[in-house]
Design a protein around this ligand. Structure first.
Ligand code: NAI
Length: 335
């Protein structure tokens, strides 16, 4: 048996964590031979709820879970951490301005970045889920200068998965027959769901470009695009709560692929928000969702894809939003 790894999950008393913790504990991310120490962080008023979550984890009698630490102190939660899912964030309350939301979250992710810098293993891998995820990730990474910047990522996998699901429904194929969609940019309503490079493997074995298989540019550029951009709002309207199980599944997919690797032939990719290296004309120093492949615990941005004019406009729009978010959030931090 391997020695245990330390996995920190923040927002541990919340909705997403209520799915995520149990999937991680069951070996769905790090493997069924990998024992775990769970380090669960939430805020002080939620410690009672977190105690209930802890009881349920114990009652599952997971073979892999060696220890559970519940805390409201980030310096305890990030002690020697190998992997962190930063799910906890300040939600937008009624009447709250976007600026106030950015400000509240900037403080949270600054504090957590500093705790990671001081306490976590230098090899830690961090996935930020809490919104505004891309900008929160940038703040956290900036406040943890002793950790390599490539060890920070934020989540756009839910957008990626939503694209696959919509396309498989439209084309009447299984989800695993759709390849190489891309969610570009911010995890927000400006994200750009791009199918220009995507393809479908039909039951006959035939491979067809999504654009040809769908054969309806209007649907791709309007209905499909808007449905993806607005899917979160649609779920909230129906469920009266935001996406939780699908977000937890996406977080597991993201971390799983980062750690265990994507397809060996590097011909298929996933979407991940990572620090831009300037690829595709995206300003360096911004967490932007790109197509990536992963191998040996490292991601690489897929290079050289052709970008048409429609895509360029959409990619620039979401970049503009991220640039503004960055400027605004950093004024609160005086970084
Ligand atoms: P929730 O409100 O049910 O849970 C959030 C938890 O975070 C609460 O228990 C809260 O007390 C805790 N929290 C707040 N501040 C904290 C801090 N400083 N340290 C530790 N914990 C803290 O929310 P839910 O549904 O679990 O969503 C969590 C976040 O994930 C939200 O920001 C949501 O917008 C975001 N999200 C992101 C998605 C993505 O694709 N990137 C998809 C869906 C949700």
């Amino acid at each position: 048996m391997n020695s245990p790894i330390r996995v920190c999950i923040t927002g541990a008393a919340g909705q997403i964590a209520y799915s995520l913790i149990f999937k991680v504990a069951n070996g769905e991310v790090f493997g069924i031979d990998q024992p775990l120490i769970l380090q669960l962080l939430d805020i002080t008023p939620m410690m009672g709820v977190l105690a209930g979550v802890e009881m349920e984890i114990r009652d599952c009698a997971f073979p892999l879970v060696q220890k559970i630490i519940c805390t409201d102190d980030p310096t305890v939660a990030f002690e020697e951490t190998d992997y962190a899912f930063l799910v906890g964030a300040r939600p937008r309350s009624q009447g709250m301005e976007r600026k106030d939301l950015l400000k509240a979250n900037a403080q949270i992710f600054k504090q957590q970045g500093e705790a990671i810098d001081k306490k976590a293993k230098k090899t830690i891998k961090v996935l930020v889920v809490g919104n505004p995820a891309n900008t929160n990730c940038l703040i956290c990474q900036t406040c943890a200068p002793s950790i390599p910047p490539e060890n920070f990522t934020s989540m756009s996998r839910l957008d990626h998965n939503r694209m696959i699901s919509q396309l498989s429904e439209r084309l009447n194929v299984n989800n695993d027959q759709i390849f190489n969609v891309i969610a570009w940019g911010n995890h927000s309503s400006t994200q750009y769901p791009d199918v220009s490079h995507a393809y479908v493997k039909k039951s006959s074995g035939e491979i067809q470009k999504i654009k040809e298989a769908v054969n309806d540019d209007n649907w791709i550029q309007n209905d499909f695009l808007v449905k993806n951009q607005q899917r979160g709002a649609e779920v909230i309207k129906a469920r009266k709560l935001s996406s939780a199980a699908s977000a937890a599944k996406a977080a597991c997919d993201h971390m799983h692929d980062w750690v265990q690797g994507t397809s060996k032939d590097k011909k298929t990719w996933v979407s991940m928000s990572v620090l831009s290296d300037g690829s595709y004309g995206i300003t360096k120093g911004i967490f932007y969702s790109f197509p990536v492949t992963c191998e040996d615990g490292k991601y690489s941005i897929v290079k050289g894809l052709e970008i048409d004019e429609f895509s360029r406009t959409k990619m620039d729009l979401t970049l503009k939003e991220l640039t503004e978010e960055k400027e605004e959030a950093f004024t609160f931090l005086k970084i």
